[in-house]
Ligand binder design. Structure first.
Ligand code: ARG
Length: 591
């Protein structure tokens, strides 16, 4: 079905046409319509437009009032202050609009699906082989997954790329060690089915043992370095062992992603090694076009505005003086692949803010080389650091980085306790408590991450995250479950909109906010800002709570009012459910 124009959009449209009629010659004059406390909406754009047209703002506002077509939509419109407009809409318009959204069979709730949208290649959830995943990897996975859902929902074609760290000199050491200790091949890298946890502890053991040897035995060090050369040269035996490391690591990654309730598909894992075949050509093209130059044996790209503390330029090193390729060569090759083979129109990188300079230089280099044209956008969705309660980067008491899996387990444990405690009448079975606890715990971690704007640091505070009051996922999940419980209690009485009814203030506020779902999704997609969707949903749940306190549902005065209030609850619940799903968070039917 066609998308439903929101009420906001139709009020906007009416004001805009009245404005162009009042100010001939100004096409698409924007009335800057915003939700407001004084009326339903306030239009703030008239002042600036009047100034530009050298007109009196209050007079212009009055002319808009005179010309606007109210239809069944606008109930009241008045000039206020120096030239604002206060607009109140009819109760009928609110209900009819929600009713139209609610009949959408695909549960899109009026959100348009663009058929001619672009292709975004999104780089997210990129842990490193043979290394433990830590809290930093949480953000990329959670924010990236939300962006995938949001973009796909708007119609964008999304190609996922998990740019895992699966290449580099450390593999020389690891492979050499395994080669010299063949028994580890069966033990630590055995083909038997192992759990993610076991896989990681196997890898940790190998890493520690080989590192120790590497640091203490000069001859081993030399042999390990030679191994790197073999690996790069594509020696089959060396590659085979390398592959075992990658496979063992994937078992571990999948177990973590699984716990995160996140679907990652194997073909989308294209790690650094996936671009090996392109590196040489990437360098050649950069050198031939003069974008990169040789400097002290290395192949470098220079930027006027990138300088070190000593004032000397800091180049992007594409190939080191020893001939080795670095992180930049891989990322530049990946851009070529994503633009020319995957036909991306947008490149999105969900990566730690501390890599901002790297991406700035990589994007600029790709622009100079002509790989990124005007028709392709490249953006780093940079995220801040996860802090401990003390406001410092999150560490264990022993000063080590915190394992992601431990955090998730703790969150699930806490949430399960909350669910158990809340179930005072013991209606849930033990299995249900565990299942809900997991959904609440993982939801809590994701929501805390998604509800602050990505570029800010945030404190990882489990007490706060699983709190029933405040801006938490549990609060949203409870709002959803409460509505479901009311709908169940209503039995045969079904939610039905009654546009003829007069609405109470709390009903209007809820309805007007529900109306903004499509705009919010569009804005979150366009600005790569899942936190805007989170804030919207929190507000929706809060407005529902107020509505629930003020307006009896099943005990409302008339049968029509009961149905209508059930309807408002139903639309709210469906919006919460769909919105939370876009954030990767479950909404259990009962809590
Ligand atoms: N593996 C890297 C890390 O753990 C992140 C990779 C980011 N993506 C990229 N295309 N460079 O920090």
């Amino acid at each position: 079905m066609a998308s439903v124009t929101s009420l906001t959009a139709s009020v906007h449209q009416r004001l805009a046409s009245a404005l162009s009629a009042a100010l001939p010659g100004t096409a698409d004059a924007d009335p800057l319509l915003r939700r407001s406390d004084r009326a339903d909406y306030q239009a703030n754009g008239i002042l600036a437009l009047a100034k530009k047209a050298k007109a009196n703002p209050r007079e212009l506002a009055a002319q808009v009032v005179e010309r606007v077509e109210s239809g069944d939509v606008i109930k009241e419109i008045e000039v206020s202050g120096p030239g604002f407009l206060n607009v109140t809409v009819t109760d009928r318009a609110i209900l009819e609009n929600l009713a139209a959204r609610a009949t959408d069979p695909a549960e899109r709730l009026g959100v348009p699906h663009a058929d001619d949208a672009g292709t975004t290649v999104i780089d997210y959830a990129q842990p490193n082989v043979a290394k433990e995943m830590h809290v930093g990897h949480l953000r990329s996975a959670v924010i990236g997954d939300a962006m995938v859902q949001i973009l796909e929902f708007t119609g964008e074609t999304v190609v996922r790329r998990h740019h895992i760290g699966d290449w580099g000199t450390q593999f020389g050491m690891l492979i050499q060690y395994v080669d010299e200790h063949p028994e580890t091949l069966d033990h630590e890298l055995g083909t038997d089915e192992v759990s993610g946890e076991q896989a990681m502890s196997n890898l940790n053991r190998l890493y520690k043992a080989s590192r120790q040897l590497f640091d203490s035995d000069e001859e081993f060090k030399t042999r390990a370095r030679r191994r790197v050369v073999d690996l790069q040269a594509g020696d089959p035996a060396t590659l085979a062992v390398w592959q075992r490391f990658v496979d063992e690591s994937k078992i571990y990654f999948y177990s973590v992603f699984d716990k995160l309730d996140m679907k990652i598909d194997d073909p989308d894992i294209v790690g650094e090694s996936g671009y090996n075949d392109m590196l040489e050509e990437t360098c050649r093209l950069l050198e031939e076009s003069g974008v990169a130059v040789r400097s002290e044996g290395a192949l470098c790209v220079f930027f006027d505005d990138v300088k070190g503390p000593d004032g000397n330029p800091v180049p992007l090193i594409v190939r080191k003086s020893d001939g080795g390729y670095g992180y930049a060569a891989t990322d530049l090759s990946a851009i070529r692949d994503r633009v020319f083979n995957l036909k991306a129109t947008s490149l999105l990188y969900v990566v730690d803010a501390r890599q901002a300079l790297h991406f700035r230089m990589v994007f600029e280099t790709a622009r100079r080389a002509g790989w990124l044209g005007d028709d392709v956008t490249a953006h780093q969705l940079a995220f801040g650091t996860v802090l401990g309660k003390d406001g410092k980067p999150f560490k264990t008491r022993e000063g080590e980085t915190v394992r992601l899996i431990d955090l998730l387990d703790e969150a699930i444990e806490r949430a399960t306790a909350v669910v158990r405690e809340k179930d005072t009448q013991q209606r849930l079975s033990e299995t249900e408590i565990v299942e809900r606890g997991t959904q609440v715990g993982i939801g809590a971690v994701k929501y805390a991450d998604l509800s602050t704007s990505a570029n800010r640091d945030y404190k990882f505070d489990l007490d706060q995250m699983v709190s029933l009051n405040g801006d938490t996922s549990v609060y949203l999940q409870y709002a959803y479950a409460r509505i479901q419980s009311i709908l169940r209690k209503a039995g045969e009485t079904r939610p039905v909109p009654h546009p003829e009814l007069e609405l109470a203030d709390a009903e209007r506020a809820l309805g007007l906010h529900a109306d903004q779902f499509a705009e919010t999704v569009a804005e979150s997609a366009k600005e790569y800002a899942p936190h805007k969707l989170a804030a919207y949903l929190y507000q929706l749940a809060s407005l529902y709570t107020t509505f629930y306190d003020k307006c009896p549902v099943l005990k409302a005065e008339t049968p029509a009012q009961v149905e209508n209030r059930l309807f408002l609850g139903d639309v709210t619940a469906r919006t919460l459910h769909q919105g939370m799903a876009l954030l990767g968070i479950r909404t259990p039917e009962r809590l």
